[in-house]
Design a protein around this ligand. Sequence first.
Ligand code: GDP
Ligand code: K
Ligand code: MG
Length: 298
Amino acid sequence: MNDQPSRCGYVAIVGRPNVGKSTLLNHLLGQKLAITSRKPQTTRHNMLGIKTEGPNQIIFVDTPGLHSNQEKAINRYMNRAAASAARDVDVVVFVVERTRWTEGDQLVADKLRGIKCPLIIAVNKVDQLEDKGDLLPQLQALADSHPRAEVIPISALRGINLDTLENVILQHLPEGQHFFPEDQITDRSSRFLAAEIVREKIMRQLGAEVPYQVTVEVEEFNQDGPILHISAAILVERSGQKRIIIGNKGERIKQIGSQAREDMERLFDSKVMLNLWVKVKSGWSDDERALRSLGYRD
Ligand code: GDP
Ligand code: K
Ligand code: MG
């Protein structure tokens, strides 16, 4: 007989951009929920990923990376989201890369100084190590400089040592009833997830500057028998960006659409008809009101 008490609590995943926070969330959940890419600012919103297993429910909060550049409203929005997630949780997982400690990591460490809850430092991307001997001194140095943290090496991408990470997290969660039904995996709507999938393909396909000036708005999301009809507008700041996204003879947007559709069919477990178009809406990324109307709410 299993007489373990049930545990339930919130776990914030924080760190500078690109350390692998969203990849970690997806691997822990065993499902691709959060979008990921090699570019910073892929994740713009806090998002819950809920894992219910046996008697326990862990509610992970994926966050945008903390940015030192606060010039634009969208950057300030992302920083507010990340900072607010680290408050009012039961455990904070601070993700860093195994290679080096950067200014960005220090910015996060400073923000975390005041938190009261247990802190885990997850040293990610250890799959990239050639010489395992290099890792130990680094882990030791991190443990020395953060005496109240537990330091755990992981690979979010390859799933290395994630059981250990999850067990340590569980030990710190309070006993209590679940907050969410066991089949719920996120707090975000299907429309939101669909918009994010389109944005991921844009982040991954387009070069340096365009992706940061793009947002996606789902205008239709409608299951009709076996087919899910989704229409989405890709909003850009300038007409030049519109041309880039559409591409030569529409090649680029066609590719974005077909990759997005594949992911959507997997996530929503349905055939999907996806209709995409591009609209110029100047100033959306630096206008607090436009952001709110596009669903950037804190
Ligand atoms: P985030 O900005 O912190 O959410 O980072 P992402 O999850 O978007 O990941 C940033 C990049 O790092 C992506 O290209 C990921 O594939 C890659 N990445 C994440 N975790 C690992 C890992 O454990 N090993 C390796 N080699 N790459 C990883
Ligand atoms: K990223
Ligand atoms: Mg992310």
